[in-house]
Design a protein around this ligand. Structure first.
Ligand code: PLP
Length: 394
């Protein structure tokens, strides 16, 4: 449980708390080492050395060269840059892009924008576990396809996509590949050569780093346009004064996440499976979304005859933090685009429980107890009675 309050945080996919060691690494760059990393004097040199070190740490985790790492303001900017940047640089070759129906809005809304500008996008469907088929992806590839953007793991249901297989087929056809790996750091291997990708988006606040800082991996030789013009930072590719403390935080956080990954995945899988098996065996009309091949920390569970948003509010009142759909989509009663894509009917309300570094067995047992109590209570409301009656008379 979180310090101070008797609350259980099960929303690590939305964001994670800052690691104490990451904060310690960042602090000097808010205080005495405040220099602008682009300055020519000693203050600047200290800052740029810290940025370079963070770049090396990030590159090491990806198996990349440090000059292939570009720092950004987060996952949203990285996704925008990868997609808009390739669209801009490659429009002479074609205007067709392939992506999936279950991407984050940072990808989907960017693609919508490009469609309005005359680009054509094929959105690959997914199966009922949220997985894209390699065959569908290959069938969608065309002469004029310039980019394929497939997320490494889904933010709502945790499904791991077959990025490596799809990317290898794309490479053979000269198509650039981007993956949104924002949810995967510390949970999946990120080796860019195994994944065979040209561009990869990361965001520090999803792996115990600070908010508002991310990175884009760009394979050497990739044709990429700029979206932020300004100063000569990031080898002239992305203007804007360096967020030195944030970048230092990202470097430290990714290093720690990778060092802990194997042990943490084992621990989280056991905790998560315990939680899921309790919920599915104790609560009626509940089913797990996302299938077997998903992130170790994800448990997205659909409850029949309950609105996801109502259950999330009830859980919050009882001290359990989880989310309905994805954090960005909450507040709407329609199932999210991801839940619709896997065919979850509107009779079901889905809640995403995402576990993390501070989650204990006591936390998940407490959450399962509260969940049992709150689903029972909500199902005694008019909505449940009405829907059950409808079911009987139809
Ligand atoms: N991509 C995915 C898969 C995400 O889960 C998120 C955040 O929820 C983003 C992109 C956006 O990242 P950021 O919050 O750093 O802009």
């Amino acid at each position: 449980m979180e310090k101070g309050e008797n609350r259980v945080y099960l929303d690590y996919a939305a964001t994670t708390p800052l690691d104490e060691a990451v904060l310690d690494a960042m602090m000097p760059y808010f205080r005495e080492d405040f220099g602008n990393a682009s300055s020519q004097h000693a203050f600047g040199r200290r800052a740029v050395a810290a940025v370079d070190e963070a770049r090396e740490k990030t590159a090491k985790v990806l198996g990349a060269r440090s000059n292939e790492i570009y720092f950004t303001s987060g996952g949203t900017e990285s996704d925008n840059w990868a997609i808009r940047g390739v669209a801009k640089a490659m429009r002479g070759k074609g205007k067709h892009i392939i992506s999936t129906a279950v991407e984050h809005h940072a990808v989907l809304h960017t693609l919508r924008d490009l469609e309005a500008e005359g680009y054509e996008v094929t959105y690959l469907p997914v199966d009922d576990c949220g997985r894209v088929s390699v065959e569908d992806a290959v069938a969608a590839m065309r002469e004029d396809t310039i980019l394929l953007s497939v997320m490494l793991a889904n933010n709502e249901i945790g499904t791991i996509e077959p990025v490596g297989e799809i990317a290898r087929a794309a490479k053979e056809r000269g198509i650039l590949v981007h993956t949104d790996a924002v949810q995967a750091v510390g949970l999946l291997p990120l080796a860019i050569d195994d994944l065979c990708v040209d561009l990869m988006s990361l965001s520090a606040h999803k792996f115990y780093g600070p908010k508002g800082v991310g990175a884009l991996y760009v394979r050497k030789g990739t044709k990429l346009g700029k979206i932020l013009t300004g100063g000569a930072q990031e080898r002239t590719m992305r203007g804007g004064t360096y967020n030195t403390a944030g970048i230092v935080g990202l470097g430290k956080a990714i290093e720690l996440a990778e060092a802990r990954r194997t042990e943490e995945v084992k621990r989280l899988t056991a905790l998560r499976d315990h939680f899921v098996s309790r919920v599915l065996s104790e609560i009626e009309f509940a089913k797990l979304n996302g299938g077997k091949d998903r992130l170790a920390n994800n448990a997205n569970i659909a409850f029949r005859y309950i609105e996801g948003a109502d259950l999330v509010s009830a859980l919050d009142r009882a001290g359990i933090a989880a989310s309905a759909g994805s954090a960005c989509a909450s507040g709407t009663l329609e199932p999210s685009h991801v839940l619709q894509a896997i065919g979850v009917s509107s009779e079901y309300g889905a809640v995403r429980f995402s576990l993390g570094k501070y989650t204990t067995k006591e936390d998940v047992d407490h959450a399962a107890d509260i969940l049992f109590r709150e689903t029972e209570r909500l199902r005694k409301t008019d909505l449940f009675a009405r829907r059950s009656a409808e079911k009987v008379t139809v």
